[in-house]
Design a protein. Structure first.
Length: 338
């Protein structure tokens, strides 16, 4: 029904408007008695064989929702009803920011991809904290970044502000230095500034009564040499894992119209499937499985998910695949994994 009726209608409309409309629709649906229960029955797959224990957290299943979908933690409870084993909110920044000018979200329907240049639009970390205080049993990842106006030399302060604010309401943290839509952010992926940033966060983490896992989200556009540096950085800073990968700047092999493919921003979806799997495999093999990897990028089918796991991912995340394939894709993946 989703791919035959709902998606064709939604895809006639402006992407960012559809995103907000869908949020409102899902929230209103859940106001109707028993709708949440009905959705859980339809989409959740519960089986002990699906449980994964990764960096000290027990996940009910390995399929999560990637950051960027529920930036401000407005719908994590409702979205979890569709069968996700965990929800990653963000990217959040210390101060609210509107992001880049619109339009900034583009569907590449022929390629099953999306280009976005959102620019960390969010209501700020305080707003996310307020909503997450209501969470009871959903595993939440907190994806944190810096404000656009914060120069890179002051970036550590922004990440620390977000880390402190969310510490009591998330289960793990993700340090996002790989979005292509904040000017100069990817410069923080270089070995020296990244090591310094992660060490500062780890020092603050160690001062807590009980530390939280810290993961690093990396770009798919890194060279093998840079990926080897990432392995060294993980070992040096002793962070808990890596999320591979963020969106790509590459436009190789696209079939959609040039007016779409030439848009600035990060590309996600099917065109990213193979490259993200290559990055996962490289990190896993070269590190000899030294740290957990969450695989994300172009997962539209159970086969895509299995390839990520076979390459070395411990968990996986969806975003664009959820948009194109609909909510049933989560249960399809979990059923095939069983």
């Amino acid at each position: 029904m989703y791919k035959r009726i709902i998606r064709p209608i939604l895809f006639l409309l402006e992407p960012e408007w559809v995103h907000h409309f869908s949020f409102t629709a899902i929230r209103l649906m859940h106001c109707i008695p028993f709708v949440g229960l009905f959705i859980r029955v339809q989409y959740q797959v519960k089986n002990p064989k699906l449980v994964r224990e990764v960096f000290g957290i027990k996940f009910p299943n390995p399929v999560g929702l990637a950051a960027g979908f529920d930036k401000d933690a407005k719908l994590f409870k409702e979205l979890s009803n569709f069968g996700f084993g965990f929800i990653e909110i963000g990217t959040v920044t210390p101060k609210p920011q509107g992001g880049n000018p619109k339009p900034r979200l583009f569907r590449l329907k022929k390629d099953k991809g999306i280009i976005n240049r959102m620019g960390f639009n969010n209501e700020g970390v305080a707003a996310a904290f307020k909503r997450l205080k209501r969470n009871k049993n959903i595993i939440i990842g907190g994806n944190i970044g810096k404000n656009k106006t914060t120069p890179n030399e002051n970036a550590q302060e922004d990440y620390l502000i977000c880390f402190e604010a969310l510490f009591d309401v998330v289960d793990y943290f993700v340090v996002n230095v790989s979005s292509p839509n904040t000017p100069n952010l990817r410069d923080l992926q270089e070995k020296a500034p990244l090591t310094a940033l992660l060490n500062v966060l780890q020092e603050r983490n160690a001062s807590k009564p009980k530390r939280k896992p810290i993961l690093l989200k990396i770009a798919p556009d890194l060279t093998d040499t840079q990926l080897s540096d990432i392995i060294d950085i993980v070992a040096t800073t002793q962070i808990d894992g890596v999320i591979a990968t963020n969106t790509t700047l590459s436009r190789k092999g696209l079939q959609s119209e040039a007016t779409l493919t030439q848009q600035a921003g990060g590309l996600s979806g099917k065109p990213l499937t193979n490259r993200s799997t290559e990055v996962i495999r490289f990190l896993h093999q070269q590190s000899k499985g030294a740290f957990p990897i969450i695989g994300v990028g172009g997962i539209h089918t159970p086969k895509d998910a299995q390839e990520k796991l076979n390459a070395g991912a411990s968990l996986i995340q969806l975003y664009t695949g959820f948009v194109y394939e609909g909510p049933k894709v989560v249960s399809k993946i979990n059923n095939v994994l069983l």
